[in-house]
Design a protein. Structure first.
Length: 166
């Protein structure tokens, strides 16, 4: 049974970020592997940030060879005071070998470690798909643009952390 919370003493403070860009520097770390797909993700991320008020001069693009290299670039980018967040974009597409499992898993766990080590948003916008068609659908096709979605996550996390005093 659902009980409606209507009394004032039962209300809790809700802390959540909004989607308004602040005056911060954001890095986009993008893999060159599967470049056509990743470039579409980058365009989506930059467009979403600018549409939400970010000055394009506050966005830097860092290119790396592939998804396996993204966590290192993200960690180095966040090691100083230049960047408030990193949006990580790539595309790992399943093939006939177990290569996919190693790269996708290590990229994801590496990005999570960077985020926890730096206490700064590290957004996982690396597609992990079974087919090229699925990757195309997620980079501006039928399913939308996951690069734009990753940019929104970065803004929301930055603003939520700001509310927490970080």
């Amino acid at each position: 049974m659902f009980v409606r919370d209507s009394s004032e003493e039962m209300k809790v403070k809700v802390i959540e970020g909004d989607l308004v860009a602040r005056d911060v520097q954001i890095a986009i770390v993008a893999a060159r592997f599967n470049e056509v797909i990743v470039n579409a993700l980058v365009v989506g991320a930059k467009d979403a940030l600018v549409r939400h008020g970010m000055n394009v001069k506050n966005i830097d693009l860092i290119k790396v060879p592939g998804a396996f290299e993204i966590p290192l670039a993200a960690k180095v980018a966040l090691s100083g005071d230049t960047y408030a967040a990193v949006i990580c974009l790539g595309a790992v597409i399943r093939g006939a070998t177990p290569h996919f499992d190693y790269i996708a898993g290590q990229c994801a766990s590496g990005l999570q470690k960077v985020q926890l080590d730096t206490c700064k948003p590290v957004v996982m916008g690396v597609l992990t798909t079974d087919t090229v068609d699925q990757a195309v659908e997620r980079s501006g096709g039928k399913v939308g643009n996951k690069g734009a979605e990753a940019a929104m996550v970065a803004l929301e996390m930055l603003n939520m952390l700001d509310q927490l005093g970080h």
